[in-house]
Write a protein that binds this ligand. Structure first.
Ligand code: PGA
Length: 255
């Protein structure tokens, strides 16, 4: 039995004041919520405030990226150790915006994945096809490549903390989410690929969440799919009421 996970990816949004105001409302709304793991990924500048703001709750905090080295002359980069020092426990790696805007390759994603696991951060590995790749019937090939390269060299490691986020690029921020059937098919393929790489037990304990225009109105049908263990939410996670409704809807999966 995998506990559903609902994660907020705030991207480049929210000042410290805005993050604190969000948490004030969100903490009240979620105080009696059980049966779901909640993660919030604020920008680096609001990490400390969010960690302080979730004290006493089970809400976990994530960075939106890391560099793989522990320290050194890497201007603008944040290491896993620096991230851990803020109190964050999770990190998003390989988000399509990192891949497309900042040029993160599968190789860089792999180095970040290894580093996150080495330092004890739970990685949320984002993968997903572009619209062109879907139209060319390449979705499953792209997913296999991103998993195999992203997780290269990790066979035999404890991958239980790993979360895979299936985020079709064409669904991110567009208002067009994948249908439950499209997402369900991708998630089954991801589970099978993980099973082939890491064995049944390890693959069975990883959570595979869906991301891309998730809202309160579509989260239930998505998590009703047997292999969809929750959601990674961008735009609809910025408002506490909206994110709370998604947490409520994503709480009950069939697994
Ligand atoms: P969205 O973003 O919910 O705004 O589509 C999801 C994501 O990029 O993680």
């Amino acid at each position: 039995m995998r506990t559903p996970l609902i994660a907020a990816n705030w991207k480049m949004h929210k000042t410290v004041d805005e993050a604190e105001a969000f948490l004030k409302v969100f903490r009240r709304l979620t105080k009696d919520v059980t049966g779901v793991d909640i993660v919030i990924a604020p920008p680096f500048t609001a990490l400390t405030a969010v960690v302080a703001g979730v004290q006493g709750s089970s809400i976990a905090v994530a960075g939106q990226d890391i560099f793989w080295e522990a320290e050194g002359a890497f201007t603008g980069a944040i290491s896993p150790t620096l991230l851990l020092q803020t109190g964050a426990t999770h990190v998003i790696i390989g988000h399509s915006e990192r891949r497309q805007v900042f040029g993160d390759s599968d190789e860089a994603v792999n180095l970040k994945m290894r580093s996150a696991l080495d330092f004890g951060l739970a990685p949320i590995l984002c993968i997903g096809e572009t619209l062109e790749e879907r139209n060319n019937d390449e979705t499953l090939i792209v997913l296999t490549r991103q998993i195999c390269q992203g997780l290269d060299g990790l066979a035999g490691r404890n991958i239980a903390p790993l979360v895979v986020a299936y985020e079709p690029v064409w669904a991110i921020g567009t208002g067009h989410h994948a249908t439950a059937e499209q997402a369900g098919q991708a998630h089954s393929h991801i589970r099978t690929t993980l099973r082939e790489k890491f064995g049944k037990g390890a693959a069975g304990s990883c959570r595979i969440v869906y991301g891309g225009s998730v809202k309160a109105g579509n989260v239930r049908e998505l998590v009703a799919q047997p292999e969809i263990d929750g959601a990674l939410v961008g735009g609809a996670s910025l408002d506490p009421e909206s994110f709370f409704e998604i947490v409520e809807g994503g709480r009950v999966t069939t697994v």
